[in-house]
Structures are given as structure tokens and as C-alpha cells.
Design a binder for this molecule. Sequence first.
Ligand code: NDP
Length: 332
Amino acid sequence: MQVQRVVLNSRPGKNGAPVDPYMRCRMNDDTGADYLTPWQLSECVDGGGVGVVESSRCADRAEGDVVTFFNWPWQTHAVMKGSVLQKVDPQLVDGHLSYFLGAVGITGLTALFGVREKGHVTKGAHQTMVVSGAAGACGSIAGQIGRLDGCVRVVGICGTDEKCRALVEDLGFTAAVNYRQEDVPARLRECCPDGIDVYFDNVGGAISDTVIAQLNNGGHVILCGQISQYNKDVPYPPPLSEEIHETLQSKNITRERFMVLNYMNKADAALCELSQWVKSGKSSLVSSHVIVICFILQVLETVVNGIENMGDAFCSMMKGGNIGKQIIKISE
Ligand code: NDP
């Protein structure tokens, strides 16, 4: 059997281009996060993966089992310890296995726990939520959860008109702003006439400064990520300007660091909820002739075929080439 794998050839340095948000720091000698280890040069790299057991010597894992792992080696076939692999039920995702990496996996959990633990979203409170990186994996789910949990208005910020269209027409966002083409402060004022109550922040930098300036008193920032700063040699979270710091203080805005791995004790129940959202309400009979397909939680993915395209796909994702979760498909 021939096995293809992806290795880290050289480190890009702290100020350099590539890779997936959380994986980018694993390319440095020091990841800057105690829960992440650096990739080793010339060694096979790893990340979230899902696959099927082809043969097993482990009593708990049988041929045909579908399993996931956070540190899946990026190679076409791998020998792994049965004890580290999490067995999953394909029915939870209607057989769409890649959802275990996205909406019904760590991405969905990030969105759900971010909104629930740090967003203070309350039904009936007429809140407006803004999401940056809104057409990406976490952002696209987070905005939909904000709506499901009771926000009356959810506005996404993203980098292309095509993404804006998908947010509004496919995912039910109230409005979307293209930060590369539009005047972000003006468009936010227009789309959020009652100000902003909750900000799901995936990007940091100038976009976040603009959103924070328009947050209402007692607003909440969900500090999920700061992707605009990841290829720079700055600590995480990157320091705020004096002005933004003052805004947070004077308006009593919360902005606590959020880390999905801190809430894994609640993961099982949350994954069930995400699975039901993705599956249920999928089809409803409106009349004897018309079946309306209406997903409660829509899942967007950008799928690239072939392990050999992994590096290119990651670099593209860092530049906004993806809509929804970036998936690399190794085999059927
Ligand atoms: P995405 O699928 O959102 O992909 C990244 C997106 O970021 C791109 O598609 C691009 O979209 C946008 N982007 C890239 N550069 C910039 C920039 N300079 N300014 C604005 N937008 C930019 O990735 P994920 O969903 O995996 O990750 C989203 C965020 O969530 C990241 O910051 C990540 O680190 C964080 N995260 C945090 C976790 C936690 O526990 N706190 C767990 C998992 C992820 P566009 O076209 O709109 O520019």
C-alpha cells in the first residue's frame, strides 16, 4: 500500500503567510498556547480528522467504525491507538461525515459555547448581534445560533459579495457587509439601527475596533479569534488601542477570552443539540404537493479533493477562499 502524507518542510516564521487559524501557530517553534504543541520539521503534521477503521486489533474499535480525532495525521492511511479515537454515529449527521469536523464537531461547539457562555443572548431582549468572519466555519454557525437563541437582528461581516449573498439568502442573516468593498462603520450604522449588543469576534484588528465603537452600553464581545493578526508576531489576544480600551470600560462591555476546549464537559449534550438542528426540520410537508426543505441550521462547506492539495487549500482559506468549513477530502 502506498501512503501519502503531508509534512512541515520549514517554519514560515512568526511574520509569514499560511495556514488554518488555530494551526498557524503550530508552525512556529513556540505555539504561544499551552494546549497546542508545535509541529516538528519533516514530521507528518496533524489536525482534526474523520475516517473509517479498515482493520482493528482494539476490542472497542471494529472494522467499519467511523472515528474522529483532534490530532489526526495528515496521511492517506494511518495506524492509530484505538483509545484516542472517538467513535461517532454517522446518523447524527445523516451520513455527511465531514460535519463531524464542522457543524457537529469542534466548529459547532465553538460557535455554540461562544454564544452561550460569553454572548449573554436572551430571548425577548431584542438584541442585535454582529459576527465577523461571518461566512467562515465558526462565523456562519455562530450567526445562525444567535438567531435561534433569540437575537432579533444578526449582521455578518465578510470579504466578498458572494459570501454576503449566502449569509442573507441561505443562512437567514438579516444583513451582510463586505468589508473589502463597503464603508464598514456606515453600513453597520445602517444595518444596526438600535446599536450592537453582542459581537462574535473572529478577526480582531480594524474591523473589530469599528464594531466595538458601535456596541451599546453593557454589550458583550465574544473573543473567539483574531485571524487578521495571526501571521504577525504579536501575543494572543493582541493588545487593544487605548481608545478601544476606554470604550470597553466606559460602556461596561465584557470581552473575556473564550476557548472551546474549556467547555468539553458539556460537549455531548451540545453535539446532540447541534445534530438535531442540522437534521431536524429538514423537510416539512406544506401541502400534498409541495415539500419545503428548510434546515434549521444550514451548513456550508468548501471541499477540496486530494491530500496533495492540502497546503494550497489552507493558504487559500487564510485569504478567504473558503465559504463555511474548509474540508480536504482524502477518499470516498
Ligand atoms: P474560517 O472558516 O472562518 O476561515 C477564516 C476566514 O477568515 C477566511 O475565510 C476569511 O474570510 C477570514 N479572514 C482571513 N483574514 C482576514 C482578515 N485579515 N480580516 C478579516 N477576515 C479575515 O476559520 P475558522 O472558522 O476555523 O476560524 C474562525 C476564527 O475562530 C479564527 O480566528 C479561529 O482562530 C477561531 N477559533 C477559535 C476557537 C476558540 O476556541 N476560541 C476554536 C476554533 C476557532 P473573508 O473572506 O471574510 O475575509
